[in-house]
Design a protein around this ligand. Sequence first.
Ligand code: ATP
Ligand code: LTN
Length: 327
Amino acid sequence: MKRLLTGLKPSGELTLGSLIGGIQQSVLYQNEYDSFIFVPDLHAITVSQDPTLLKERIKKNVALYLACGIDPNKNTIYIQSDNLYHANLSWIFECLTYMGEASRMTQYKDKTSKGESVSVGLLTYPILMTADILLYDAYYVPVGIDQKQHVELARNLAERFNHRFGDTFVVPTPLIPKIGAKIMDLQNPTKKMSKSDQDSKGCIFLLDPEEVIRKKIMSAVTDSEGKVYYDVEHKPGISNLLTIYSALSHLSIQEVEEKFKEYNYGNLKKEVADLVVTTLLEIQKKYQEIMKSGLVDQVLEEGKKKTNELAKIKYESVLKKVGLGRD
Ligand code: ATP
Ligand code: LTN
């Protein structure tokens, strides 16, 4: 069975974008592939984090994975920092990555273009991501569109390593959702919905209360045309609402357009809000039960043991090929 692997950094509370672009895909494929889902906590500290909040969020996010439908019997679930091999392998890939290659990554460029001083970790984090993926021979990596370039770096580094040292790593393929690869901010629908934004009015968090979710959707920015149809370029706000509805209902964009074609914007927003509320309240109910159950610690313990065993074998084979250590 081919392996599928993904992770969502605990740098903020998980959002509707994290669910649609990340978790939902893993849920969809968990019967077909040997699925791994983890918490890339080392990635979260590329920007400053409050240690108490970070620690809480790591377990919270695992509970959310489970509440969103990640089945612990079909997935290996673990924390990145529970396994020292990720950062060790990352170093080896850092030494195979060109400066130009790392600094060309769009996310890095966006963050540095604002003129703020950033950590070296922000430059090297796609390389750590490469290690996360290649360590376990993952074939498929479900991610939103913003992460596609980073999976491409992992492909390039896998090929470079294999070419230089002999066949060692599987070359991974990104799995981008057909609908919802980039859920937009409700207040600024030309910008990605992001958990790390200061202003959260345009971002729906998975644990937002019902009234908050409704308020955010009802005040989503649209346009003045008054007609409901999908056109990302000219109607980004309406297209975003249709995308959210489509991704959560599993109806195609065409079916959703057809359903809402006679609606005014107020009624469309109300229906989208109803579906988001139903979906998230269900997740929140399961989340509360899971947080009380002790399941999170249990799955993380199993995940830690299994991934350390797998990673040790892979890492040792890499050391040998590169000529490090002694036999
Ligand atoms: P941030 O929200 O802070 O920008 P991020 O997207 O960089 O965070 P994660 O939360 O780790 O980081 O992302 C987890 C997964 O969810 C990734 O595959 C990412 O592409 C996807 N994702 C995150 N936000 C969205 C979004 N708005 N639309 C679609 N997919 C998303
Ligand atoms: N860098 C990703 C999170 C991430 C990831 C991974 C995703 C870290 N390691 C491995 C898929 C596979 C992000 O910022 N969203």
